[in-house]
Structure formats: C-alpha cells, structure tokens
Design a protein around this ligand. Structure first.
Ligand SMILES: *Cc1c(COP(=O)(O)O)cnc(C)c1O
Length: 361
C-alpha cells in the first residue's frame, strides 16, 4: 500500500504528514549529526536542543506561564493515575474525583489504593453523556486536589469550560484534547497527557505542574515516582523516550505553523460540526454525548442496530476509512478526529454516512 488512508484511530493516532516526512528525511542522519535521533546520547547537545525545543514548543502553544515545570515522562497517562495520589494525596487528606467517563474511573481506582477519595460527581446514571453542572459538583473544600478528565476519549464527552473548584488545586487528564484549543494553564495545578493522541507517538507523557506543588511532595518516595526527580533533572534522570520527544517537537512546530491553538480550535470545531450535523440530519444516527458536551476530538454515535454498526465499520474500512469501530466497552461508532486529522477525511466520512444510510436506512 502506498496511499495513506483516513485514520480515525483513537490512539495512537494520525500524525501530520509534514512531520512524518521530516522524520523520514532525518531518519538516517539528523542534520549536522550524522546519526539518527534514536542513536545519540540523551545527554548530547543535539538531543538537549530537541528537548528544549519540545518544551519551548509546548510553552509557546499553550501559553504556559512562569512557575510551571514541563516534564516528559514514561508509563503513559495511566502511570499518572498513580503518581498523582502518591505525590499529592497525603495520609490524612482526601482527593476529589469528577467522573465523566471510563478514564476518570480508572484514575479513581488507582487513587483509592493510595488514600481517601470523594467522588464529587459520577455521571454514570446518564451513561456518561454529559459533564456535571456547577451545582451537581459535591466538592470538598479541604480536598488535596480535584481530578477531572477534560475529554473522555471513549464516550466522546468533553468539558467546554474549566470546572470551578475555588482554591483547591485542579488536576486534569487532558490526554485526548491537549493542544486542541487554547487553555488558561494558570487555572490548573497539574495537566497531564499521553502524547499519542494529539502530540506524537506513544511512550511520552507530558506533565505540566505548578512549581509550588512540588514542595508539598513527601520525602522518601521511590525516585522514579517522585515528580521532583524529573523536575530537578530536566526529564533526564533516566533515559527518556528520545524518539517520542523528537516527534513531539516537530508536532509543536507544525501546530505553530497552523497558526497556533486558536486557529487549530476553529478548524477542529468545523470538522466536528460537519459530522454532528450529519448525525442530526435524520433519526438513523444517534449521537451518544449530550449536545453541550459533544467532543471535538472523538465523535461517538450509534446506528439503529448493532448489526448495522458492525456493517458500517467493516464497509468503512473497505472504503479507506479506518478505525471507526467504537471502544469495546460502549460499542457503536467512534470517529477520532484529532488536530492532524485532515478535513478531507471528514468529508469522506459524511459522504459515507449518507451513502450508508441510503442503502441501509
Ligand atoms: C488514552 C488515554 C489514557 C491512557 O493513556 P496511556 O498513555 O495509554 O496510559 C488516559 N486518559 C485519557 C483521557 C486517554 O484518552
């Protein structure tokens, strides 16, 4: 196969073509280095420049203020489910968790192994279709932190505003919508994201953490599980994912060339709107998420029967639209359309939806 198909995968996900082309060009020899990025020391000058570029790129895109550290870790977003309570949930304290879908539940599961938690809201009874309103949030004013998931990748449920949590540190799993829109980082204590949805390949996790929080971490944590280790060593305590950071740096450069997050957000809104409009056009397709919480990154919908959903996914794959089968836990169809997903792929999907409905509706 030489042609690229339309990749609706939820993650690892589509990357910008110019980034892949650049990586291909530099695969055998980084300019001026004579080796690939995977073959050089993580403590070499060329790699330090790449690492600095990646951090600078994220700082620039997200407008990360002074007083925050940017870390490049491993273990995926899933390891952050543990590291956050290990570092910030002290023995007599309790942490608030807001559950709007599957990933938030997994984060809570790990926190419970470490300490006391309070479920500030659990949108399970509505089958995770929306985010809680301010008065549905049962927040503990003395909580160590509030954890929420800005975009639930499996259900396709996205917060359109920052939750109001007063003075309690706000912690966000932004794995599937980081850099998809502008964000006011100063409202957050910690933001984390696995890179493989919007930032690069799997194997790198970005953690943006407010410096004053680092001072509250207990002594004697295991070295690799202690955020201070990574902050004090510039993410170079051990060997980081050098390849992943290299690609992430190129993705940030690409995002800046797109005009930054305001332009990217506008394009994401347009892409998502086209698919939701198609869903709403008739009763054949039914969107999973409530309108006001519809994700711009993961568009989830159902067809009249599971049989039709299966056929839809199979025929779509045959038509060059790959990865549309919904997550096994919720079924249905999921179109993941991250930053790098091309508008032409959205047009191809809506055309396919019309054709499929005509022959099966
Ligand atoms: C994909 C995803 C995760 C898990 O990421 P890993 O890097 O595989 O651990 C966690 N949270 C959200 C919101 C995700 O989309």
């Amino acid at each position: 196969m030489t042609e690229r198909i339309f990749n609706f995968s939820a993650g690892p996900a589509v990357l910008p073509v110019p980034v892949l082309e650049r990586a291909r060009e530099e695969m055998l020899s980084l300019p001026g280095v004579g080796m690939s990025v995977m073959e050089i020391s993580h403590r070499s000058k060329p790699f330090q420049a790449i690492l600095d570029g990646a951090e600078g790129g994220l700082r620039d895109l997200l407008g990360i203020p002074e007083g925050y550290r940017v870390l490049f870790l491993q273990g995926g977003a899933s390891l952050q489910f543990s590291m956050i309570p290990i570092n910030f949930l002290a023995p007599l304290a309790s942490a608030d968790y807001v559950l709007t879908g599957s990933w938030g539940k997994k984060a809570l599961k790990e926190a419970k192994k470490h300490g006391a938690t309070n479920v500030a809201a659990d949108m399970a009874d509505g089958q995770y279709t929306r985010v809680p309103s301010a008065d549905e949030l049962n927040l503990d004013p003395g909580a160590a932190y509030v954890h929420f998931t800005s975009n639930e990748t499996i259900e396709g449920v996205e917060w359109k505003h920052d939750p109001e949590v007063g003075a309690v540190p706000l912690v966000c799993d932004a794995s599937s919508n980081i850099c998809s829109r502008p964000v006011d980082v100063s409202k957050y204590a910690l933001i984390y994201a696995g890179a493989q949805k919007n930032l690069g390949p799997s194997g790198v996790t970005v953690v943006i953490v407010r410096e004053d929080l680092l001072e509250t971490i207990p002594a004697n944590l295991h070295t690799m599980l202690d955020y201070r280790t990574h902050a004090e060593n510039g993410s170079l305590y051990n060997t980081p994912n050098t390849w992943g950071i290299y690609i992430l740096n190129l993705v940030c450069e690409w995002a800046r060339e797109q005009g930054g997050l305001a332009s990217i957000h506008q394009r994401n809104e347009e892409k998502a709107r086209k698919i939701y409009d198609q869903i709403d056009a008739t009763d054949f397709y039914r969107g999973h998420a409530a309108r006001e919480a519809r994700s711009n990154m993961n568009v989830t919908f159902r067809l009249p029967t599971e049989e039709l959903e299966k056929r839809f996914a199979t025929e779509a794959t045959a038509a060059g639209l790959d990865g549309l089968k919904g997550h096994r836990s919720v079924g249905g169809i999921r179109a993941s359309i991250y930053n790098a997903f091309p508008p032409a792929g959205v047009d191809a999907l809506t055309q396919f939806m019309r054709d499929f409905e005509r022959t099966n509706g």
